[in-house]
Write a protein that binds this ligand. Sequence first.
Ligand code: BG6
Length: 484
Amino acid sequence: MASRVIPVDPFDLVIFGGTGDLARRKILPALFRRFVAGQIEGDVRLIGAARSEMDRDGYRTMVRAAIAEFGGEEEGRKKDLAAFLEMLDFVTIDARGTTGWAELAGKMRPGRIQAFYFSVAPVLFGDLAKRLHKHGMANQASRIVVEKPFGRDLETARDLNRVLARHFEERQIYRIDHYLGKETVQNLMAIRFGNVLFEPLWNSQYVDHIQITVAESVGVGGRGDYYDRSGAMRDMVQNHLMQLLCLIAMEPPAKFDPDAVRDEKLKVIRALDPVKATDVVRGQYEAHEDRPDYRTQVDNPDSLTESFVALKVHISNWRWAGTPFYLRTGKRLRERASEIAVVFKDAPHSIFGADAGRHRNILTIRLQPNEGIELGVTIKEPGPGGMRLIDVPLDMTFAEALGPEEADFPDAYERLIMDVIRGNQTLFMRGDEVEAAWAWTDPIIAGWAESGGAPLPYASGSSGPDDALMLMHRDGRRWREIKP
Ligand code: BG6
């Protein structure tokens, strides 16, 4: 069963930072794959814009190489690739000057959807917005796409929102959090609101606690400079983990439309309690075999930046009062594995007596890899030896249930860029949402700066610092093992 592909309307897309890492790794390969799938067709223009002196042919050569490296180009797609490259154009542009702007304006075709992807450092967002406006490209048909980090705290996020709002309406601004483009993350909403089974139990009366783990096995790689100024809290928690928390905890929106969904997410963020210092654990990875420790990797021997964070979070609303959410994320952990586990309470009374032990239902949603859902249920241990209970998983791996082709999920960027063209903001963050997330994160980061303490070291390939385990042990709970 192949999924239905509905082509989008013709559009002109400008990628500022069109020669950069994100464009080469993600944006252009995603566009190519949508083209191969038949979703992009007809008269479409993809215009790279960057400081480099380059002509159209040079850009096509660069994009061809990028797709070969990151796009899964295969022999059979050679013809497609040639047709795709035909759509490309390039303009040398100075974001802060005058070079290139008139030329770019001349390439945009009136009456089309016009999208501008700001794949550049956030300090340039304001300059780009201003010049687009000045050269007549901020019009009713245009929209801009901005990448994270959207600010580094509440104040800078507010400034950014203000700068963009001078030239674009909120409905024209697409703030990307690529986690929202992941199939399994969208599935959280389908599972919750497409089934009657879970929603009646989805509250503090039945749910003991919820765990959200986003574990990475890689280190900071070549992004040391950026990462050391951010840390796991800004890089992962303020955006990706908060989004997961919102989707798991929010009230059912009245409909699946951008503002209805984002209103509900915002309510969750606003209902978050401030986090106590004792409910947060920071970590930093140590060296392992031939792999350097965090400080060596970011070339900052005194760095106090966290590459791991675990925290216990409370949502003060009717549905969740009394049910803690435990969040953790980090680099250089045992495995790359992201999952959400909803751990239900014990049955109110065990008719099988104390010998039957303690059994709980756990609903696990595996976000990546090996995407799927697992429901732990309690059954009788087979055999004549009395009523002994065991827990077994009802396991649905999407690849098995849907078939390998259907479960070959598109990259998040494919979905998100198509949504920009379709004009659907449901999977993008609204300005007030981003600000609310910073308002909650800022005091945690400020608390670390005030205390002057250092993150706790943890062994590469482990589950993080022991204190993170204690965060749950002291509540009589434990983390699920990190496994793919
Ligand atoms: C990015 C972070 O937003 O997400 C990276 O900046 C992180 O540090 C990445 O590695 C994780 O994304 P994914 O899709 O690999 O889970």
